[in-house]
Design a protein around this ligand. Structure first.
Ligand code: PBG
Length: 326
């Protein structure tokens, strides 16, 4: 049947009908809020490239954690910054490091919140790469040893999930093994399983001070043009024991989200990264777009493509909007 018998606009004719027929929805429990932790006291410092986001010292976490909880958000993703960087990135596995102390602090403030940690070396190495450098090449298997040490230190501190973001081969298997061997069978792995070498991480690298000092990340992160490889990357991490998979960035890769969704039964996360956030902020500041509309549209796109969970710097704003609209 087609026009004039079929009239699609019949189903769009009132707010109530539109609500009844809404196929995809956003819920506060869909969102994971990233937090940037720094050394020092009494610090809540604006991140220039990411308006509305802050660096927090641990003594300033209480306020924001209580706010996150009261908004109904269930999970945070922690990024620590290094006190000192070295060739290996060894402060990444310091039991007294900022991430490790941050995990403990957050669990003291709110034991019920799900604490996920970004597991990578790039913020801790002098060269800013995500692995161990040998003769100007990132050595995969040597990197695994370091990543395992970081994983143990985060688990020891009480992280619920570690989220390896380095894109080394075999890291999920190695981390699962070392966690199990050390008795941390309850600590999960959310793998950044399909992560592209993307220009959309620009603002984050300022926030985390993690830009590579030479070259780029193309020998370990994926090239944007490839979708079969994107699926294989995630399926391999599933086989290696990841509890959840992830696509990163989100907006330019929604076809990949959909493809992986159709090929796994694991929960799928997508990361609405810093560049995606800051582009919207910049246009909003100029009065060019409506922030709430554009953010809601973007996040609905990610859910529609098949994401179960979304890591987004907008988590707290969206939670507020959802509450206002309820
Ligand atoms: C660390 C890491 C990065 C991001 C998350 N974890 C940067 C990178 O890979 O260069 C990016 C997050 C964002 O842009 O919001 N490897």
């Amino acid at each position: 049947m087609s026009f004039p018998q079929r009239r699609m606009r019949r189903l769009r004719s009132s707010t109530a009908l539109r609500k009844l027929l809404q196929e995809t929805t956003l819920a506060t429990s869909d969102f994971i809020m990233p937090l940037f932790l720094v050394q020092g006291h009494d610090i809540k410092e604006k991140i220039n490239a990411m308006p509305g986001q802050y660096h927090y010292s641990l003594d300033k976490l209480e306020g924001v954690i209580h706010e996150i909880i009261s908004l109904g958000i269930k999970a945070v993703l922690l990024f620590g910054s290094a006190q000192e960087k070295d060739e290996l990135g060894s402060s990444a596995w310091d039991s007294q490091g900022i991430t490790q102390r941050g995990i403990k602090k957050i669990k003291e403030i709110a034991p019920e919140i799900v604490v996920i940690t970004d597991l990578c070396l790039c913020a801790y190495t002098e060269h800013g790469h995500c692995g161990v450098l040998k003769d100007h090449v990132i050595d995969n298997d040597a990197s695994l040893e370091s990543l395992c040490k970081v994983a143990i230190s985060h688990a020891q501190a009480g992280a619920d999930f570690v989220a390896p973001s380095d894109m080394m081969d075999g890291r999920v298997r190695a981390i699962r093994q070392v966690l199990d061997d050390s008795g941390y069978t309850a600590t999960g792995i959310i793998s950044y399983s399909t992560k592209f070498a993307s220009g959309f991480y620009g603002p984050f690298r300022e926030a985390a001070d993690s830009a590579p000092q030479f070259g780029d990340r193309q020998s370990y992160q994926m090239q944007p043009a490839n979708s079969r490889e994107a699926l294989l990357e995630s399926l391999l991490d599933e086989q290696e024991g990841a509890d959840m998979l992830m696509v990163k960035p989100a907006l330019a890769y929604l076809d990949i989200v959909k493809e992986i969704r159709e090929n796994t039964l694991l929960p799928l996360v997508c990361y609405n990264v810093s560049g995606e956030y800051s582009m919207i902020k910049a246009a909003v500041e100029r009065g060019w777009i409506d922030e709430k509309k554009v953010v809601t549209e973007s996040l609905l796109g990610m859910k529609r493509a098949g994401a179960d969970l979304i890591i987004t710097y907008y988590a707290m704003d969206v939670a507020r909007w959802l509450r206002e609209d309820a």
